[in-house]
Design a protein around this ligand. Sequence first.
Ligand code: GDP
Ligand code: MG
Length: 296
Amino acid sequence: MVISAANRAGPGCAEPESSAAAAAKLSGRMRASLPPLGPPVSRDRIIASFPKWYTPAACLQLKEHFHGQVNAACQRRNTGTVGLSLSKAVVVGDLHVGKTSLIHRFCKNVFDHDYKATIGVDFEIERFEIAGIPYSLQIWDTAGQEKFKCIASAYYRGAQVIITAFDLTDVQTLEHTRRWLEDALRENEPGSCFIFLVGTKKDLLSRAACEQAEGEAVHLANELQAEYWSVSAKTGENVTAFFSRVAALAFEQSVLQALERRSGCRLLIGDGDLIRMEGSPSETQGSERPSGLGCC
Ligand code: GDP
Ligand code: MG
């Protein structure tokens, strides 16, 4: 059964585009009157609108707003346990590509020229406020050494996001990303992870060299069904924007899954506001409409 969100709108319900605008207004009003849901987060961890991709040539979603259903659920603070749970993101890639530097730049806003090789695994928890809802991302830093691979595989499990890093100045590390990704995907349900391909050390390349490396990476990203980003942990370029994008995509998916669980049917969300509901008609029509779904 395919239902267009616009067609489902009944009296008092706006179509998706205007619902986004109405949502923003309502959100402002509600936020003024409702107490915050969690402890305050720093300004750059507050995500009010859907963060943009790095390049449309290799991006996971081309939309510019949170899904209407997600907006509605967030305004009603009806996102289930999303505000209480953690989403897991793992960063994989060869030794020395800059995985630890990238995580440290984002989480601690520092850059150190001399990190000791990460031993086994390590993680940081970053708190966000997304569309008014607290959200935490657990970022796992895996060691690139082969000798730690057996330990690392246990940590791939349950990842919602896989960040595959390579060094923009070393084409071999790009070639190796395919294998890193295979290892990480093997431990997870097919289709359950957002995949990002991240070129590091952007500061070391001229514009022309960067464009050339990006061309190859975008090609591979499309093959891997990954979103591509170029970043620099040294200068901080694109680091916050990248992790904001990661957090927003993971958050939206978590909210949709929470709504799905409550409705007892499966919502398959495309780039637009077209919602496909899977499940028997009696399941989808006869059940009580969950408060987070339906009329926006
Ligand atoms: P990991 O083994 O993948 O965790 O890599 P590290 O984060 O330990 O970084 C390896 C080396 O690359 C270190 O000497 C870092 O200082 C350097 N490095 C990491 N990121 C950058 C970057 O964005 N720019 C530059 N110039 N060097 C970087
Ligand atoms: Mg490291």
